[in-house]
Design a protein around this ligand. Structure first.
Ligand code: SF4
Length: 370
């Protein structure tokens, strides 16, 4: 049932090249996170989400400090090795200082064009709209000059419907997992979500829709297993999910930036694009990288754990990710106050020996079983 999704993520280059040829659209690499990919599709581009990779770092260290997160370092490595030749341009956001600086370094090191969506870090919706107004104009004209195609009301509405459908289907998949823990192996679930980073929307939507139809009549396995909610920026290395599977644990929900924090975003409203993007960014699940005092991450995570009936929370920390590190102490303190057991793993995307991570997860599972 999951082979087609696994094939995509085990050979990303072949997947992207195949679809680039059939679509005849320029591939635009979307750097994490929350860039509205609807804009890229509407301008005639083929958006591919780049959340880092597991390449051993050989070249990137000449450009980035060793204490830079492995998302940024592995992306730089990909380009320096010449392994991202099919990516014609990049779309950045200003989600964190690392990404802001990464774009500067890309501009000085490579010749590929890019666009950048500056994220408003302001208190009110009105201030966010004001801030986004000019930024969105520049993103749209930048994309149009990369693709040579104009964004029209129609192309924007079509792209919004298609991407909105993707997230709607993914939310259905999340609901199946919450309702039937253990039905989908942890590794399989995240293979399905990850495949969506690289496939054109129409292709992915069809695959996802077929999968959901197959899963809907199936029952969850009998018996209660240890269940957790996992919180972090990026759900890689994906091999960590094999550990949960081996230990008989169920991830019943998540709070990943490339998981639920993105999946929870509603269909982009395009009749007033500035308003639509402001809502798209700030009205879904909260994120450590998006300042929004009205959308509290602590209450949200407590509610997530309770509604998923999870036994605890595992924080999945990508080393040197400052926004995540800043939020972690208060989040953990709140979990403690609420009596929700929690633990954490520290990891790099490039980590290949997962023995220490396995020991940590196993110890947490034993605590939860106790
Ligand atoms: S992992 Fe953290 S520091 Fe690295 S790019 Fe993402 S948000 Fe920024």
């Amino acid at each position: 049932m999951y082979k087609a999704f696994q094939d995509v993520i085990s050979n990303v280059s072949a997947t992207v090249l195949k679809h680039e040829a059939s679509l005849g659209r320029p591939v635009i690499g979307v750097m994490p996170a929350y860039f509205p990919m609807e804009l890229i599709d509407a301008a005639g581009g083929y958006p591919v989400q780049l959340w880092g990779n597991n390449l051993p770092i050989h070249h990137a260290d000449a450009h980035l400090q060793g204490y830079c997160c492995s998302v940024a370092r592995s992306m730089m490595e990909l380009e320096l090795r010449g392994s991202a030749k099919m990516v014609k341009a990049y779309a950045f956001t200003t989600l964190c200082d690392t990404l802001v600086n990464l774009r500067e370094i890309y501009n000085r090191t490579f010749t590929k064009p890019d666009v950048v969506l500056s994220m408003p870090m302001t208190r009110t919706m009105e201030a966010r709209r004001t801030y986004l107004k000019d930024g969105l104009k520049s993103v749209a004209s930048g994309l149009e000059s990369i693709t040579g195609q104009k964004i029209t009301d129609e192309s924007l509405a079509d792209a919004a419907a298609c991407h909105g459908r993707t997230r709607e289907l993914q939310r259905e998949l999340y609901q199946i997992r919450r309702d039937k823990p253990g039905l989908i192996k942890n590794r399989d679930f995240y293979s399905v979500i990850k495949a969506g980073f690289f496939l054109p929307r129409a292709v992915y939507n069809e695959m996802l829709s077929e999968l959901i139809q197959k899963l809907a009549p199936l029952e969850a396995p009998e018996g209660k297993r240890v269940s957790v909610v996992v919180s972090g920026l990026v759900f890689d290395p994906i091999d960590v999910f094999d550990i949960f599977d081996e230990l008989g644990m169920d991830v019943v929900d998540d709070d990943f930036a490339n998981g639920w924090r993105t999946v929870s975003k509603d269909t982009l409203q395009t009749s007033n694009l500035v308003e639509g993007v402001a809502r798209y960014l700030y009205e879904a699940a909260p994120c450590c990288c998006l300042y929004n005092a009205d959308n509290d991450r602590h209450d949200y995570l407590v509610e997530k754990v309770r509604s998923a009936k999870a036994d605890g929370v595992l924080f999945w920390y990508i080393n040197f990710c400052e926004p995540d590190a800043f939020d972690a102490p208060l989040l953990k303190a709140r979990m403690k106050e609420e009596g929700i057991p929690n633990s954490s793993i520290d990891i790099d995307l490039t980590t290949t020996n997962l023995d220490a991570v396995k020991t940590r997860i196993n110890a947490f599972a034993e605590i939860l079983e106790g």
